[in-house]
Design a protein around this ligand. Sequence first.
Ligand SMILES: C[S@@+](CC[C@H](N)C(=O)[O-])C[C@H]1O[C@@H](n2cnc3c(N)ncnc32)[C@H](O)[C@@H]1O
Length: 290
Amino acid sequence: MKIGELAAQYILELGPLYDGNEAKTLFNMAAEKVLAISSGKLIMQKDLDISFIDLQKLLSILNDLQIGKPIQHILAEAHFYGLVFNVNENVLIPRPETEELVDWIISVCHKQFSADSSALPEKLSILDIGTGSGCIPITLKKHLPNAAVSTLDISAEAIAVAKQNASQIGTEINFIEADILTFTSEEKFDVIVSNPPYIRDLEKADMHHNVLMHEPHLALFVSDQNPLLFYSAIADFAKTNLKPKGQLYFEINEYLGKETIEMLTDKGFVNIELRQDMQVKDRMVRAEIR
Ligand SMILES: C[S@@+](CC[C@H](N)C(=O)[O-])C[C@H]1O[C@@H](n2cnc3c(N)ncnc32)[C@H](O)[C@@H]1O
């Protein structure tokens, strides 16, 4: 079978789950991994015959996609801010909006401390809450190499994945297994960041079947009654554990920007800024402690 023919089969058979563009992207990701041909070059190779072994692999990926498995779980990797992370069913697949949050932190830290990341002070310390794959702390450490970066998660399984990623990417991170709702520490940080669970049970109905079936609910959901549970607990922690003028960054539920700002204002945070993501949804908040 030729590359172009298999691409057409993907688009046809994934029709019930994905539109044509999505199916094409999925084929490109699968083919790039199995055939080691960059997606940009696939179109020029569409008449190339696929070997029997590679065809079996690509058909098996198509089968997994048809039962709704995310491509990142099938390939066991996800791309984030130019880095490749191992992922499995115990961690959230890193999202593009989280890349935007990380980009915001890196640019503020570079501006505040130096135009040159290598000149950052040794003492810049960062805590990420809700490690998942480790995409936030590992990317921050990669771009702010002189920072001391810690990260915390309640899930031992998630921490295992993140540790593997930190070691593969060559970053030194301090991992803490703990529940942020009860965690206390004497340590003070310059930056605290979190992308905590924020999807209300009532929003489940609007979610893609893929996410509901295959991503860890521990990473995603909060009750309708107390949707800011984690934000409020993390803000309280930040009040005691940020250095003066320290910064708090959150990825937020697009529907709860106003409520998140009110909660931070009530707790005494200043210079609160809400940002939208590339899809023009309220998605990130930055605040400072006096
Ligand atoms: C939305 S995911 C974010 C993962 C990763 N930071 C990312 O952006 O892809 C939230 C993470 O918070 C963790 N988590 C959930 N409840 C927690 C708790 N009580 N204490 C600490 N971490 C918790 C989950 O295990 C999950 O890894």
